[in-house]
Design a protein around this ligand. Structure first.
Ligand code: ATP
Length: 438
């Protein structure tokens, strides 16, 4: 019954807004380019992605240290890493309408795509968002909103070694906001100015980097499958010498086939000892590792799996979007894996103006909610409308309490994908859903 459709961005953007997943940022004031707000459904989806990421990459391991570093960092951090001098994109400005474009993304590099005017010469535009810290506004108070979460981990390397006594190989993991003053934010939540990253810095013995690079590639692929990405649309692409950062001798981009083209979803980079060496140099702090058995002291090398939350959300939505026809009515549903579904089950009384049905339904609702958490009460409109709404937000199951329930202590359970309905005894509901949602 389910068919993969030609998904357009319009369909995803409109569903996201209509159903409370994602809204344009500060919309009542006309928005702010490159920002989006996550609504109730989008926030729950985000939580599910975070939980799945944490379960796989932190909680199920013994070699990973989870941190939550400050977004504002001493500006020397960004001098050390080269961001102040080099974290820029090539920019051109139209001489007629003054609109600015990212030069490397333009097909026609001479003529303005907006007004047909002549484009000026290429300049490097630094993408770090500046801010002032403290009450005195002088150059000393300038710092940046971090453009990546990675550096919050590198500057804490010594703290982790000193407090946790980790054995190599070990990793640090962080989920948090990052900011980039993108020249042309575009494609919904694909390229925004404020976004979230889920990053790992995995420290290894330099002799073993190749083995761990392959290992992390496999781990990332496994996780993408676990969150329901359509793996036929994911491609790993070796980044060539010209495009790779100078300190990296190997980088893979995982690209996803979005409606606007095949573009980066995640990155996996071998960063060598670049970051620790730079920070050691600029901060005059030793950032090393001493092997307790061999007594050898060295700077570990780093493998960095870097995953963007917002691009994950977009890819999860695109992978789950389905259109089909039920009876003769077209419908849209999100085929989320149960672990991604914002709500696992929707519970409703057949009619909301019948107290005996509402009471029985509330008992079932309370029972399921205490067991499964994200269970939603839905008594809006008629049952058909509720099904459509729950389908569109990807709720795997709807439970309806009707007059028969009062006699047989059983309810109707409807499956989102097949739309099949079955009668299940209230006493068996918990076991039924434990199995179905696992
Ligand atoms: P791009 O080439 O698309 O600008 P990038 O190579 O600069 O991306 P990285 O610096 O490798 O990106 O950042 C790691 C991850 O953070 C990316 O794989 C992506 O998932 C996410 N990311 C980076 N920039 C943005 C952005 N402007 N909006 C949303 N997510 C982003």
């Amino acid at each position: 019954m389910s068919e993969k459709t030609d998904i357009t961005m319009e369909k995803i953007v409109s569903l996201s807004k209509r159903r409370g997943f994602i809204f344009p940022g500060s919309e009542i004031y006309g928005g702010l380019a490159g920002t989006y707000d996550y609504g109730p459904l989008g926030s729950l989806l985000k939580e599910n992605i975070k939980q799945s990421w944490l379960n796989k990459f932190v909680h199920s391991r013994t070699d990973m240290y989870f941190v939550d570093a400050a977004i504002l960092m001493n500006p020397k951090t960004w001098e050390a890493t080269g961001h102040v001098d080099h974290f820029s994109d090539p920019m051109v400005e139209c001489e007629k309408c003054n609109k600015r474009f990212r030069e490397d993304q333009l097909e026609d590099k001479e003529i303005c795509e907006s007004c047909g005017g002549k484009l000026g010469s290429v300049k490097q535009f630094n993408m770090m968002l500046q801010t002032k810290v403290g009450a005195v506004e002088d150059s000393a108070s300038t710092t940046y909103l971090r453009p990546e979460t990675a550096q919050g981990m590198f500057v804490n390397y010594k703290n982790i070694v000193d407090t946790m006594a980790p054995k190599l190989p070990f990793g640090m993991a962080q989920i948090g906001k990052a900011f980039r003053n993108e020249i042309t934010p575009r494609d919904f939540i694909f390229r925004v100015r404020e976004f979230e990253q889920m990053e790992i810095e995995y420290f290894v013995n330099p002799a073993e980097w190749e083995k761990y690079f392959e290992y992390w590639k496999d781990e990332m692929i496994e996780w993408m499958g676990a969150i329901g990405l359509d793996m036929s649309r994911v491609h790993d692409v070796e980044v060539g010498d010209d495009d790779r950062a100078h300190y990296s001798s190997r980088t893979i981009d995982f690209e996803f086939e979005y409606p606007f083209g095949q573009k980066e979803l995640y990155g996996l980079a071998y960063r060598g000892d670049y970051d620790l060496t730079k920070h050691a140099d600029y901060s005059k702090t030793k950032l090393q590792y001493t092997d307790q058995t061999t007594n050898e002291t060295f700077v570990p090398h780093v493998i960095e799996p870097s995953m963007g939350m917002d691009r994950t959300i977009l890819a999860v939505l695109l992978s789950a979007y389905r259109e089909d026809v039920v009876g003769d009515e077209p419908r849209v549903y999100l085929d989320f894996k149960p672990n991604m579904a914002p709500y696992k089950i929707a519970v409703s009384p057949l009619m909301k103006n019948k107290p005996e049905l509402v009471e029985a339904a509330q008992r079932v609702f309370g029972q399921l909610k205490s067991k499964f958490g994200n269970v939603v009460w839905d008594d809006n409109g008629n049952v058909g409308k509720r099904y459509r709404r729950q389908d569109e937000i990807g709720t795997p199951f709807c439970v309806v309490i009707d007059y028969e329930t009062l006699d047989d202590q059983a309810v109707t359970v409807r499956d989102r994908n097949t739309t099949d309905q079955e009668r299940i005894a209230i006493d068996d509901l918990e076991n039924y859903f434990v199995e179905k949602l696992s």
